[in-house]
Design a protein around this ligand. Structure first.
Ligand SMILES: Cc1cc2nc3c(=O)[nH]c(=O)nc-3n(C[C@H](O)[C@H](O)[C@H](O)COP(=O)(O)O)c2cc1C
Length: 398
């Protein structure tokens, strides 16, 4: 799984400081780690304890903290940040940052950071329209800081005008863009299956396969980050499941089939990345089967339900189906056959050697016969490419 990005969130002494609490929760929901730095004046408006509770991290406040002599706080925070977001940014902070002043923890981190910086100013309309503030804002924007301009409306001081903190939707979106994340799946419900199935033949034994679950988990993680309401239906896997809208765990193909068909009507797409056993033992012994004197032992198998084929037959018009084909021979020809036979919209073909690996060498084929061959790459990266194509198919009647 990809590492969770670190957002360092600077909160300054603006009346809108309390809104940053909500932003912490939103970013964590998207899978980010959040570390909050508060200025002394921000602490007079909102208690650091609330930020600590919501972020799950101590709030950094001091340039010279009493403890932690082993590291230099402002340098480690600057290095930690994948994005530094100042929300809300006071006129005072903006002025100091524009002048290169570094007289507290936040302004010092802002000078030392190499990651992208986002600024969401909030202040009284006269302050916002003051030429000195405009010049300072321009100076920071010219230096590459991303500006989320305040909005017009009723301000805390009672005045009407520009200066109200931009909407959290907008700020969150800009932060995610700086991380290279998209928001194209916002609120789209989709099912992703992941992991392998285990088909028991007595209470202690089962038939399974070598799938690690990495591909399905990466798809679930990334589509959730892109805003999807993910129902993850997973069998056993070697990697942990990401936080998603709904998580259903199963063991057997029959259980997975039941769960998928139940959830299908409420979803816009089904991505079947799970390695489902084609066959299961016909009979499951109620007690452990004992070793006897015979050299051979026969296990009779029966065919499991073909989940994606069943889904293709029952889906509502417009539900997108994405399948995977794991092949040892004739990869592309076999994948094309599967795509047509099961009426899939997209198929991801990959050779068996990538089964439990971190990397995958895949070919993506669509219904029109377009074939995209990719070099070996991390499964997390391929997940992004699959999602880029799936959203286009969903998009037609979004
Ligand atoms: C109740 C209250 C609300 C304030 N709201 C704002 C504000 O929205 N925007 C702003 O730029 N300054 C605001 N200020 C003024 C700042 O707190 C002040 O300029 C302070 O020096 C900012 O410090 P900091 O940038 O280090 O956090 C407010 C002050 C008070 C007392």
């Amino acid at each position: 799984m990809t590492k969770a990005p670190n957002i360092v969130l600077g909160v300054t002494g603006s009346i809108a400081a309390y809104k940053a609490l909500d932003l912490v929760g939103r970013l964590r929901k998207k899978g980010c780690r959040v570390t909050v730095i508060m200025t002394g004046n921000a602490c007079k408006l909102v208690g650091p304890a609330s930020f600590e509770a919501l972020s799950g991290n101590p709030v950094a406040r001091e340039l010279f903290p009493d403890s932690k002599p082993q590291n230099i706080e402002h340098i480690s925070l600057a290095q930690l940040a994948d994005v530094l977001a100042i929300v809300p940014a006071s006129a005072n902070f903006i002025a100091k940052a524009a002048a290169g002043i570094a007289d507290d923890l936040l302004t010092t981190v802002a000078l030392a950071v190499r990651a992208p910086v986002l600024l969401a100013p909030a202040m009284n309309v006269n302050m916002w329209e003051n030429r000195i503030v405009r010049q300072n804002v321009k100076r920071l924007a010219d230096n590459g800081w991303r500006m989320v301009e305040p909005e017009s409306g009723r301000l805390a001081c009672g005045a009407e005008g520009n200066g109200r903190l931009a909407s959290l939707d907008k700020i969150e979106n800009e932060i995610l863009c700086l991380l290279g994340w998209k928001d194209d799946y916002r609120d789209i419900p989709l099912i992703i299956t992941a992991g392998r199935t285990e088909e028991p033949w007595d209470p202690v034994r089962f038939i399974s396969n070598r799938s690690s679950g990495r591909m399905g988990m990466a798809l679930a993680e990334q589509s959730a980050r892109r805003g999807a309401k993910v129902t993850l239906i997973s069998g056993p896997a070697d990697v942990p499941a990401p936080e998603v809208f709904k998580h259903i765990t199963v063991n057997t193909a029959a259980q997975m089939s039941q769960a998928v068909l139940k959830e299908l009507p409420h979803n816009r797409a089904l991505i079947m990345a799970a390695a489902v056993a084609d066959y299961a033992p016909k009979n499951i012994a109620s007690g452990k089967i004992k070793k006897n004197n015979d050299d051979d032992m026969t296990l009779t198998l029966k065919k499991n339900p073909d989940i994606i084929q069943l889904a293709a037959g029952r889906r509502k018009a417009g539900t997108v189906l994405v399948g995977f084909a794991l092949e040892t021979d004739n990869l592309i020809a076999n994948a094309r056959k599967k795509l047509a036979a099961k009426k899939l919209d997209l198929i991801v073909a990959n050779p068996a050697k990538t089964l439990s690996s971190e990397n995958i060498q895949a070919v993506i084929i669509d219904q029109k016969g377009n074939t995209a061959k990719f070099p070996p790459m991390p499964k997390s990266r391929l997940a992004g490419l699959i999602l880029d194509r799936t959203i286009k198919l969903i998009g037609a009647d979004k």
